[in-house]
Write a protein that binds this ligand. Structure first.
Ligand SMILES: Cc1cc2nc3c(=O)[nH]c(=O)nc-3n(C[C@H](O)[C@H](O)[C@H](O)COP(=O)(O)OP(=O)(O)OC[C@H]3O[C@@H](n4cnc5c(N)ncnc54)[C@H](O)[C@@H]3O)c2cc1C
Length: 387
């Protein structure tokens, strides 16, 4: 192991063990109340700021932790194992930071990254619209140049951190007639201000406690130098790149939730007795546990494979797509099996099982639905094996 690798391993193990402690000590006891009453976990977010979790992958020169994507994935897994919602404040925030770090001008990096690393400036991604989700290029939000400013009009849907965040990566059309359509899409980084209106707080099946809202822009003015990289028409490519780590993050969340469901099942199966013996001794339960554990481990390995590729500086849309597809479907199956193992108790709010089960579908939908992941995977395969 080189000195560099050794230092990386040490940094990883320190932060991962700090996150584990935080989850056990603070997150799990808070989760039930915040989840049931849909309360934002403000105190936990403050602790996450102090731990540097808003800057996991932001380079050290800009005040971040400068960690790799494998560590990033492990952190998202650990947080989600405790409570999936708590990974939300730093989820799309990291997509935003990554896009700035990779495509921003020097001035944008100097200005935004140190503030994002501390969590002082935090928020997320305003991409999806009421009538444009999977078909991103159908977006209707416009940005029209007016002197040294752009004027944004339109609306966004399902925006995480909309209430509690202050800074957003906003995708808007600067050219509605561009062909291909994606060349008309530009990414702006902007703080909330007059004309940026946060709409209704959406009441969700799972991922509760975290704000997901509509946003409308009504003559929302942003400085012309808010365009990422300073050039119009690059937003779609920039965001598709950023979504790779978004998919690693979502897949890692799925691994965390599925692991929690598996571990709860392993424990419960050894305690609960039927027909005179622990249910863990019934072969039907053992078969279920074996399948669940295998799915969880396969998911984790796919996540780490995608993260390792990103750590090597390579594009990983194929691997991140596979990880997101497999891990989220596995999470759905594992959480349902865990509920079966818990019998009637799995359906009751006293146990966290029903929360895992409600949280699982978001990973199937978020950062591009699994149908879209399959299209991404197939497109990459056909490119790779083109004849
Ligand atoms: C809790 C939550 C938080 C979110 N946070 C954010 C956020 O912070 N920022 C943000 O920008 N977005 C966010 N989203 C939006 C999310 O990314 C979208 O919901 C998702 O991309 C799907 O878009 P849609 O809901 O419009 O579904 P649609 O695109 O309308 O899809 C509906 C169905 O059709 C299928 N489908 C669509 N096109 C095809 C096709 N070509 N082939 C096959 N099947 C297809 C889809 O797979 C799906 O099953 C969030 C969503 C949720 C639920």
């Amino acid at each position: 192991m080189t000195l560099d690798q050794q230092a990386r391993e040490e940094a990883r193990s320190q932060i991962v063990s700090a996150v584990r402690d935080f989850v056990q000590r603070d997150v799990i006891p808070t989760a039930v109340r915040c989840e049931n009453d849909d309360i934002y976990p403000g105190e936990l977010v403050e602790q996450m700021k102090d731990m540097g979790l808003f800057g996991i992958t932001i380079p050290e020169e800009y005040g971040g932790l400068g960690l790799d994507f494998t560590t990033f994935a492990i952190i998202f897994e650990e947080l989600s194992k405790g409570w999936m919602s708590i990974s939300g404040p730093i989820g799309t925030h990291h997509i935003m930071a990554e896009v700035v770090a990779k495509y921003g001008t020097d001035e944008q990096k100097q200005h935004w990254l140190p503030r994002m690393a501390t969590g002082d400036r935090r928020g997320g991604l305003a991409l999806t619209e009421p009538d444009a989700g999977s078909d991103v290029q159908a977006m209707e939000t416009t940005a029209v140049k007016d002197g040294e400013e752009y004027v944004l009009n339109g609306s966004k849907m399902f925006i995480t951190n909309a209430e509690n965040g202050n800074t957003f990566l906003i995708l808007a059309k600067t050219d509605r007639n561009a062909e291909p359509r994606h060349k008309g899409i530009t990414a702006f980084l902007a703080e909330k201000g007059p004309g940026f209106k946060v709409g209704r707080h959406l009441d969700k099946l799972g991922y509760r406690g975290l704000d997901t809202c509509e946003i409308t822009f009504q003559d929302f003015r942003v400085p012309a130098d808010s365009i990422i990289g300073g050039e119009e028409g690059k937003g779609f490519i920039q965001i598709m790149d950023g979504l790779e780590s978004g998919r690693i993050n979502v897949a890692a969340r799925a691994v965390g939730v599925a692991t929690a469901a598996l571990e709860a099942s392993l424990k419960y199966a050894q305690q609960r007795k039927t027909f005179g013996k622990p249910i863990a001794q019934h072969q039907a339960i053992q078969l279920m546990l074996a399948d669940m554990a295998t799915k969880v481990q396969a998911s984790r390995l796919l996540v780490h494979d995608a993260a390792a590729k990103k750590d090597r500086g390579e594009r990983c849309d194929l691997e991140a797509g596979m990880a997101k597809l497999f891990a989220s479907e596995a999470c759905g199956q594992v959480t349902l099996d865990a509920m079966r193992i818990h019998g009637g108790y799995g359906y009751i709010k006293e146990y966290p099982l029903e929360r895992y089960y409600r949280d699982a579908p978001l990973m199937i939908i978020g950062e591009g639905t699994n149908e879209i992941q399959k299209l991404v995977i197939a497109r990459n395969l056909l490119k790779r094996y083109a004849i």
